[in-house]
Design a protein around this ligand. Structure first.
Ligand code: ADP
Length: 159
């Protein structure tokens, strides 16, 4: 059976930390769908369309990776797509409590969808979309932390 993994998040914007997780997932599972969940509690810098385009461009060499968007509950989306895995990244201990809460709830809602954690590469353990935006806002250099296309898009936003 084809193993489909969903990699959910805000991706506002996609960073090299996200890409690292996606790439490693793509080496394990048959297909990975990066899904932008439109979380109304968060205000975003990039529109959904912009985020889709940035993810598509950044993952264009990964043939089994595609992009989607949803405003459904993650676990409903996973069931509808018959996904077997939810792929998440773990950076630091601070991620753990939040992830455990979500994972426990998702398991309660759907026992056959497994959440799979990939420990981040050390060089990205401090990296988040928020910190990248904060640095870029004040014209700090984010080279090496985000794909080049994202770096250019951030420059355009904050110019
Ligand atoms: P969310 O708002 O759901 O946390 P994000 O876009 O911030 O969405 O993150 C999506 C996923 O990517 C999460 O599993 C998060 O832990 C993971 N992630 C984010 N940044 C990194 C990083 N630097 N290294 C590894 N995983 C990361």
């Amino acid at each position: 059976m084809n193993k489909l993994a969903i990699c959910p998040g805000s991706f506002d914007p996609i960073t090299n930390g996200h890409l690292d997780i996606i790439k490693r997932g793509a080496n394990i599972f048959d297909n990975v769908v990066v899904v932008i969940f439109n979380n109304s509690a968060k205000t975003s810098l990039f529109s959904v369309e912009e985020r889709i385009n940035l993810i598509k461009e950044a993952t264009k060499d990964m043939k089994n990776v595609s992009v989607d968007v949803s405003d459904d509950l993650l676990i409903n989306y996973a069931k509808e797509k018959k996904a077997s895995v939810i792929l998440r990244g773990l950076r630091a201990v601070s991620d753990f409590e939040y992830e455990m809460q979500i994972t426990s709830m998702n398991r309660r809602l759907a026992k056959d969808v497994e959440t799979f954690f990939v420990m981040t590469n050390n060089q990205y353990s401090f990296l988040s979309s928020s910190i990248v935006k904060e640095v870029a806002k004040y014209q700090g250099k984010v080279t090496g932390l985000v794909p080049e296309i994202v770096e250019a898009a951030l420059k355009e936003k904050y110019d």
